[in-house]
Write a protein that binds this ligand. Structure first.
Ligand code: DHB
Ligand code: FE
Length: 281
């Protein structure tokens, strides 16, 4: 059976792609953000996952407001970046893992999660940036299964539902008939609000409590409604639901996780940024 080795989370601001393209990793504005990654890359270099399952939200690229699935899973052989253009100008397509995609789709539908299956899927900065941040050099060494969770247009799935969906994904990874090593990634957050009267809103106390909860009390955030999460983390900070799905998946690998590394930095653009790695115990 496949092995679920751990989970990673990172923020996904489009401007990060521009900074990568321009080589600004040591620039004083960017350094505190990029400095969060080397310890995690070291762990990835040792553990060498073959496949990643990426929990992320599309930002109006593959799904626009007229058709918004709550949960969608990519089942393509490759994924092309078609972002809005602030990021990395050219990126080769990322390799898919259709066998795992279909295994996840089958398992989730069997567990009564109504999944949109996507044999073609364009991806944006939320899917491409984590791959470039965790594997900056050369071709991306992992294949990808994108799992898109709507955090963009209400009604959003409840935190408890997202956690349960993540759990079902983790269970399916662990019973996938394959000798591959799989990691789960969450892309989004943490607190930020890009629009409206509260534009620029950041909530450090909530973010830090949320990050701590992922290690020791993963169900903590499932007490909140989506509106409460928006209130606490901002209209786009609700992307932290992606992290809850990632943590839900890890419950399938064992009763505990070991926190390998966290970095939290305010701000990049309008966002409180975080990166974290959790090893399955
Ligand atoms: C920003 C953050 C996001 O999550 C996003 O998708 C786009 C922009 C920002 O802070 O600029
Ligand atoms: Fe976003």
């Amino acid at each position: 059976m496949a092995t679920l080795i751990g989970g990673l989370g990172t923020s996904h601001i489009p401007a990060i792609g521009g900074a990568i393209h321009k080589g600004l990793q040591q620039d004083p504005y960017w350094k505190p953000f990029f400095d969060g990654f080397p310890p995690i890359r070291e762990w990835l270099g040792r553990e060498k996952p073959d496949v990643v399952v990426m929990f992320y939200n599309d930002h109006g690229l593959n799904f626009f407001l007229d058709k918004m699935p709550t949960f969608a899973i990519g089942a393509a052989a490759e994924y092309h970046n078609a972002d809005e253009g602030w990021g990395i100008p050219t990126l080769p397509p990322f390799k898919g893992e259709p066998a795992l995609s279909w295994h996840l789709i089958d398992a989730l539908v069997e567990k009564e999660f109504d999944i949109v299956s996507c044999q073609e899927m364009l991806v944006d900065h939320a899917c491409t940036l984590p791959l470039k941040l965790f594997w900056p050099d050369g071709d991306c060494p992992v294949s990808v299964v994108p799992v898109c969770i709507n955090t963009v247009q209400f009604p959003l799935p409840k935190a408890s539902r997202v956690y349960a969906m993540g759990k079902a994904v983790g269970e399916a990874i662990c019973n996938w008939d394959s000798d591959k090593k799989v990691a789960v990634i969450a892309s989004g957050g943490l607190s930020h609000q890009l629009d409206g009267e509260r534009a620029g809103f950041i909530n450090k106390a909530f973010d830090l409590q949320f990050l701590d909860s992922l290690e020791s009390n993963p169900e903590w955030a499932t007490q909140f409604s989506s509106h409460e999460i928006v209130e606490k983390a901002g209209t786009q900070g609700v992307e932290l639901l992606q992290w809850l799905a990632m943590r839900g998946a890890l419950t399938a690998a064992g009763p505990r996780v070991r926190r390998l590394h966290t970095n939290y930095h305010i701000p990049i653009s309008n966002t409180a940024t975080a990166v974290m790695a959790l090893e399955a115990a």
